[in-house]
Design a binder for this molecule. Structure first.
Ligand code: A2P
Length: 290
């Protein structure tokens, strides 16, 4: 089964070809199988998955490339960063969603990867954005800004999300409209995903309420999700009551300021932070920034 053909729109795919057989030249090397660019700041890619690697949807791994040779010794060291796995646990490949920072140590290089190139992937997944860290509830909120959408791209394709909850609300706040494309296309693709509709149940995607907002470019809904919740507008738009600890659970992934602000708001609604070792009502993870 060729998953990548189902998961990305043809339009978004820039390069795609069978990965050529290549000698492994780096430790923990995996081969890039697809790359898609969305804006001058965002891209996604897929790569092979180590046969023995297991993970829970929502977790992250360390990935990267070899750094430049040390001018004195000529030695190269791996340059690694934490990246949420954007593909679900059942996918035979791995997918990542990344920012491009022109002078970023890793992403200035990573943004140029092509099909057939190798990346380094340490196969030790960890993270707090997992279903095991939450107590049962009725409604799950996924709060993302920017590339913080990545773990939710995994969780939105994870059958357990729909087994555990009646409603799945995904909010995504970005600066510009183009930055919503990856998430919007992914959610749209669920409607026609025959396998997921068969495995999870026909029309499972009807449980999803998608709430994209932009802050620096005109769109259908403008503003930070935090402000839209404080004013009550987000709840009215979504047709749901204000968050409460009896029914609502939340996962948060965005920039640091966002995470801190929404954490305070969730605590204000009466939710308590959970962990793998002590499940509760919400969990938070920082989105990768180079
Ligand atoms: P804004 O444009 O008002 O700063 P970034 O690309 O810098 O990581 O930001 C992604 C999105 O997160 C932007 O739309 C940004 O809005 C928003 N954002 C940044 N800080 C916060 C915060 N404290 N609360 C809510 N949204 C935030």
């Amino acid at each position: 089964m060729v998953w990548r053909e189902r998961d990305m729109t043809e339009q978004a795919l820039v390069t795609e070809a069978p990965a050529p057989a290549k000698a492994v030249t780096m430790p923990d090397a995996q081969t890039v199988t697809a790359v898609a660019h969305y804006t001058d700041r965002l891209f996604s890619f897929r790569c092979t998955r180590p046969a023995s690697m297991r993970f829970r949807s929502g977790e992250f791994v360390m990935i990267g490339l070899m750094g430049d040779p040390d001018p004195a010794t000529g030695k190269q060291k791996p340059l690694l960063r934490a990246y949420s796995i954007a593909s679900p646990s059942w996918d035979e490949e791995l997918e990542f969603y990344s920012i491009k920072v022109q002078d970023g140590p890793l992403t200035s290089k990573l943004q140029h990867i092509k099909v057939g190139d190798e990346i380094i992937l340490r196969p030790k997944p960890v993270g707090t954005l997992v279903h095991d860290a939450l107590l049962p509830g009725k409604r799950i909120w996924f709060f993302a800004t920017g590339t913080g959408f990545a773990p939710f791209a995994s969780l939105l394709r994870e059958p357990q999300t729909y087994e555990d909850y009646d409603e799945v609300i995904i909010t995504h706040t970005c600066r510009e409209v183009g930055e919503l494309t990856y998430g919007r296309d992914l959610i749209e693709s669920l409607k026609t995903d025959e396998l997921l509709n068969e495995v999870i149940g026909e029309g499972f995607w009807k449980k999803i309420k998608y709430y994209p907002t932009t802050t620096r470019e005109e769109s259908a809904k403008m503003g930070r999700i935090t402000d839209l919740m404080r004013s009550g507008e987000a709840f009215a738009d979504l047709g749901v009551p204000q968050i409460n600890p009896e029914t609502d659970r939340a996962m948060v992934c965005g920039n640091l300021a966002f995470n801190l602000e929404i954490k305070e708001m969730l605590e204000g609604y009466g939710l308590e932070e959970g962990a793998n070792s002590k499940p509760a009502q919400y969990v938070v993870e920082k989105a990768f920034l180079d």
